[in-house]
Design a protein around this ligand. Structure first.
Ligand SMILES: [Zn+2]
Ligand SMILES: [Zn+2]
Length: 322
C-alpha cells in the first residue's frame, strides 16, 4: 500500500511505498506520455511519441512513481493520520537529441514553460493539493535539463512553514521577508547575478556551502502567471548560475527546488523562489536533527566565486567577451 503519513510533532511527511528495485525517481518510462513543441510561438501538446522536428520538451511518467493514481484510497485518522499517496509523478526533459541546435539556456526556458503548463493541468485534477517541482542533478545535466513534478494531496511542511513565517513577518514589519532579502544594500556582498526580473543570491544563513536562491525581483506569488519573457529570463538565469556552480565546484551535483505556494490556496501566498543546494555536505545529525548547519565557505565568499563564474557563463551564452 502506498501511504502518505504525517505527524503533529515537527510536522513531518513520510511516504511509504512498496520496495522497487530501482528507487530512483528519474527512472522514466521508455516513451513520453506527451511532448510539447513550439509552433509559431505557441506551445502545443502532442500525445505520445511523434516523429517530427522541433520538439522542445518530453513529458514522461515515472516508472517508479513516488505517488500514483492507482494508490489504494485508504484513510487512517487514529491513532495516527495517514492518507493515500495518490497523485502524479512526471519527469519533464529538454532532450538534447530532439533539439540539437537549441542553445542550452533556451532548453531551460522551454522546460520552464512546459512546467508551467503541466502545473496548471495538474492543479485542475481532483485530489491534488500541491505540486512539488524539483530536480536532483549531475553536473552534466545542465546541458539536458530535467525537472520532476510530484503531486501531493496536501501542502508539504517546509512550504507551510515558509508561508506561515512570511505572513507573520509581513504583518509585523509590513514587508515580505523575501522582498527584504533583495531590497537595499544589505545583501550586496551575497549577490551572485542580477537580470531584468531575477536575482541570484547566497542566503545569509546557508544550509550548506555554495547554496544559493533565485528570486523574482518584484514581489511575485504565482509561478504559473509568469510571462514567457519572464521564463526566458529565468532560463538564462538558471543556466548561467548553475553553469557557474558546476564550473566552481567541478564534479559536484546539486538539487534544486521551487518553493511555491499551492495554486489551490487563496490565502496569503509566498513570494516564490528557487533554492539550489549543491551536494557539498552529507546529512549530519546536527543538520537533520536540529536544523543547525555548518558551512566551511561563507555565503559572502561563495557568492564571490559564483558571481565571477556565472557572469562568464551568461556572457558565453549571449556571445559577449567579458
Ligand atoms: Zn515579496
Ligand atoms: Zn524557500
Amino acid at each position: 500500500m502506498r501511504m502518505l503519513r504525517t505527524n503533529h510533532i515537527g510536522n513531518k511527511f513520510s511516504i511509504v511505498r512498496p520496495k522497487i528495485n530501482s528507487s530512483d525517481g528519474m527512472d522514466r518510462q521508455e516513451s513520453p506520455a506527451l511532448s510539447m513543441v513550439f509552433h509559431n510561438g505557441v506551445l502545443q501538446i502532442i500525445d505520445g511519441e511523434h516523429k517530427s522536428d522541433g520538439w522542445a520538451i518530453e513529458i514522461f511518467e515515472s516508472r517508479t512513481p513516488i505517488v500514483s493514481t492507482d494508490a489504494d484510497l485508504y484513510y487512517q485518522r487514529k491513532p495516527w493520520f495517514g492518507e493515500p499517496a495518490y497523485g502524479y509523478h512526471n519527469i519533464l526533459v529538454a532532450t538534447v537529441e530532439k533539439t540539437p541546435d537549441m542553445q542550452e539556456y533556451e532548453r531551460w526556458a522551454n522546460l520552464l514553460v512546459a512546467v508551467q503548463d503541466r502545473m496548471r493541468w495538474l492543479y485542475d485534477q481532483p485530489k491534488i493539493g500541491y505540486v512539488m517541482v524539483f530536480a536532483d542533478m549531475k553536473p552534466s545535466d545542465i546541458r539536458e535539463p530535467h525537472l520532476q513534478l510530484v503531486t501531493l494531496p496536501s501542502i508539504p511542511p517546509i512550504i507551510e512553514t515558509e508561508v506561515r513565517t512570511s505572513y507573520a513577518a509581513k504583518k509585523k514589519m509590513g514587508l515580505c521577508p523575501i522582498c527584504q532579502i533583495i531590497d537595499g544594500d544589505s545583501g550586496a556582498e551575497r549577490r551572485i547575478l542580477v537580470s531584468n526580473n531575477f536575482i541570484a543570491i547566497a542566503p545569509w544563513p546557508a544550509s550548506r556551502s555554495y547554496e544559493f536562491w533565485i528570486i523574482p525581483r518584484k514581489h511575485s506569488i504565482s509561478f504559473t502567471k509568469m510571462t514567457q519573457a519572464d521564463l526566458h529570463d529565468l532560463g538564462m538565469m538558471m543556466r548561467s548560475t548553475l553553469g557557474g556552480l558546476v564550473k566552481t565546484l567541478q564534479d559536484t551535483g546539486f538539487s534544486l527546488v521551487f518553493h511555491l505556494s499551492s495554486e489551490k490556496k487563496k490565502a496569503f501566498r509566498l513570494h516564490w523562489h528557487i533554492e539550489v543546494y549543491p551536494h557539498t555536505a552529507g546529512n549530519t545529525g546536527m543538520d537533520r536533527g536540529f536544523g543547525v548547519s555548518l558551512c566551511d565557505v561563507s555565503p559572502e565568499d561563495a557568492a564571490k566565486d559564483l558571481s565571477v563564474a556565472s557572469r562568464l557563463e551568461w556572457a558565453n551564452a549571449v556571445g559577449v567577451n567579458l
